[in-house]
Design a protein around this ligand. Structure first.
Ligand code: GLN
Length: 536
């Protein structure tokens, strides 16, 4: 069985240079040349997964088909490459140590001192090669989180050093750095790049390709200087200029021949044929919208765009489907009250209430939903957003004044959202929610069934609470219809309002499955409804 070739993507100088986007772009290009590719993210923190991290700390937690709670970069990989990822695609230092310590407790290292080298580095290498040894891939692109020189990333860089030594040209290292522009001097500066490559060299790793993030084009002189000081060929110095949209980056990397350079460095035969027509069509529609809509995103992490990353990207995809630009107006749920609803929502064509946990800002979300319901404004509620729509309906239509989710009010007399039976015995917080893909059967003749165009769909979940079936009939009789059901446990996954142009609540997270190649039908349908509403 063939083993994959390994591409490592490291970062230097500073964080936030966009390693995830570069990795995803490289994957996209290699796939478009006919190679099979997967991407993995190694995160140097001690949490076993990012599921217990606050979005303020780390942005959105992205959920894969198999229910892994992962880094948001995996979302970019899926959106760019249109292939699903899994637990194996995201590994943290915490998970590595947990595994090694469990082995030690089982007595698998009896008599030996367990050390960073070789035990931790061996486990890192094993995790990297797990994907490559499945025989499914020509390339595994492994992105190392953090910045070279950080204490935390030492064992990962050491693992790369060993793999390069063991595998020779079946590995390549792509190092992403910053080439800052000093306006006082009017010059781009290469010194930070030189230093970060030196830091890698101290750890025994010579990068093969240097990708330079920059605000201005790199001239020949700068490219040659970087090549000379960093021991790489001038063709291996790749410019990564700031782009209008992350979706421009694969095309920019194609122009800079990043993919060709990787193929050359790994001695991989290739032809000149590459097909990215669909991607270019997407970009041209993205850049030439025929209309524009504004949608309010109601949540409690509005200061931080990354907290709702996949939702933002899904709106970009859905905008392209509808040939319109989608402007997101962030509305902080804690700042919504009865008297300022018009101020917040008079200029929007639709409202999305975001997923979330805990009671902070919950009443603002419920008020926003009441506004959307009574003003016939298109509405999409995701996870907690759907639960709030159910609570709002129970209070204001069914007349249960204190209706609530037992997550927020365990003593409510109308627990319309309640803990799932399977969750009652759960005590650990990490990785114990209802996670990953579950099938959902749609009710024929409904708006959502028409949008999906099929009856049985699969969507990803991340929650502990659910619609309480005790109240189901009352909801149905009064116009809030369960239109999507998880057949095995008869759980309500989607509700739709009968007397409303477009009001949908989903217990799952459609945003995790929207990609450039396959924009999500619910987002596309929501934006289409907003477009209709806005043009009235
Ligand atoms: N807090 C809710 C639950 O656990 C909703 C979770 C979410 O929005 N992801 O059920």
């Amino acid at each position: 069985m063939k083993e994959a070739k390994y591409i490592f993507v490291t970062g230097g100088v500073t964080s936030s240079l966009g390693k995830g986007i570069i990795s995803a772009s490289l994957a996209k290009l290699l796939k478009s040349r006919g190679f099979s590719v997967t991407i993995q993210k190694l995160d140097p923190y001690i949490n076993v997964d990012p599921g217990t991290l606050n979005p303020y700390e780390h942005g959105e937690c992205y959920v894969t088909e198999d229910g892994a709670e992962t880094d948001l970069d995996l979302g970019h990989y899926e959106r760019f490459s249109n292939s699903p990822t899994s637990q194996a695609n995201n590994v943290t230092t915490g998970r590595i140590y947990q595994h090694v310590i469990n082995m030690e407790r089982r007595g698998e290292f009896l008599g030996t001192t367990v050390q960073v080298i070789p035990h931790i580095t061996d486990e890192i290498k094993r995790r990297i090669r797990l994907l490559g040894q499945t025989g499914q891939y020509d390339f595994v692109i492994t992105e190392i989180g953090g910045t070279v020189g950080d204490i935390e990333s030492f064992p990962f860089i050491e693992a790369i050093r060993q793999m390069r030594w063991e595998m020779g040209r079946n590995c390549a290292v792509v190092h992403l750095t910053l080439v800052p522009f000093l306006s006082a001097a009017g010059e781009l500066k290469t010194k930070p790049t030189q230093h970060s490559v030196k830091t890698m060299l101290e750890q025994g790793v010579q990068p093969d390709i240097i990708v330079c993030r920059t605000e201005h084009h790199l001239n020949e002189g700068i490219r040659n200087k970087i090549a000379q000081f960093c021991n790489v060929e001038p063709t291996s110095v790749i410019e990564s200029i700031d782009a209008d949209s992350i979706y421009d980056v694969p095309v920019l990397m194609l122009q800079e021949k990043l993919d060709i350079e990787v193929l050359r460095k790994t001695n991989t035969p290739y032809s000149d044929k590459i097909d990215i027509t669909n991607w270019k069509n997407f970009l041209s529609r993205l850049k030439n919208p025929k209309a524009g809509v504004t949608i309010a995103l109601v949540g409690k992490y509005v200061e931080l765009k990354d907290a709702y990353k996949s939702i933002h990207e899904s709106f970009i995809h859905a905008g392209v489907v509808n040939e319109c630009s989608v402007r997101i107006k962030h509305v902080h749920s804690e700042q919504i009250n009865k008297d300022n609803l018009n101020m917040h929502f008079h200029d929007v064509g639709g409202i999305l209430v975001a997923p979330g946990f805990g009671s902070r800002g919950i009443e603002g979300k419920i008020l926003a939903i009441e506004y959307a319901r009574t003003n016939k404004l298109p509405f999409l509620g995701i996870c907690l957003g759907m639960q709030c729509a159910v609570i709002e309906f129970a209070r204001n239509v069914l007349g249960y004044a204190d209706a609530h989710s037992t997550e927020m009010n365990p003593k409510t007399s109308a627990p319309v959202i309640d803990l799932m039976a399977s969750q009652r015995k759960v005590h650990d917080m990490g990785g114990t929610m209802r996670l990953g893909a579950y099938p959902c059967r749609l009710k024929p003749g409904t708006k959502v069934a028409a949008l999906y165009g099929e009856e049985l769909v699969s969507e990803r979940h991340r929650h502990r609470f659910e619609f309480n079936n005790t109240y189901r009939k009352q909801f149905e009789d009064n116009g809030m219809i369960p239109v999507g059901i998880y057949p095995e446990d008869d759980l309500v996954e989607i509700v739709e309002l009968k007397e409303h142009p477009w009001f949908v609540g989903v217990q799952f997270h459609p945003e995790y499955k929207s990609t450039v190649a396959r924009p999500h039908p619910l987002f596309a349908g929501f934006v289409a409804a907003v477009l209709v509403h806005s043009s009235r």
